[in-house]
Write a protein that binds this ligand. Structure first.
Ligand SMILES: [Zn+2]
Length: 84
């Protein structure tokens, strides 16, 4: 018997989560707020793209700017070497 591929209904069921910064105005994007910024950096130290983090364009710009500022001040590393 041939198994038919299940139709992808992921697209419809998965609604885009609202941007955490738009939802919660208390969160301030700041280079000193390292714990927050680290959530938008992957394990290799790269900035997580918007399609993965679910942040809106406006706030993604702000985050990227602050991450770069934090990197310059050595609060966040530029690269994290992972040995495989
Ligand atoms: Zn936002």
């Amino acid at each position: 018997m041939i198994m038919k591929k299940k139709k992808k209904d992921r697209r419809e069921s998965r609604r885009r989560k609202p941007c955490p910064f738009c939802a919660n105005l208390e969160l301030d994007i700041d280079y000193k707020n390292i714990d927050l910024l680290k959530r938008f950096v992957n394990d290799r130290g790269k900035i997580v793209p918007r399609r993965n983090s679910g942040v809106c364009a406006k706030h993604q710009r702000a985050i990227a700017k602050e991450i770069k500022r934090a990197r310059f001040l050595a609060l966040i590393p530029y690269v994290v070497y992972t040995y495989r």
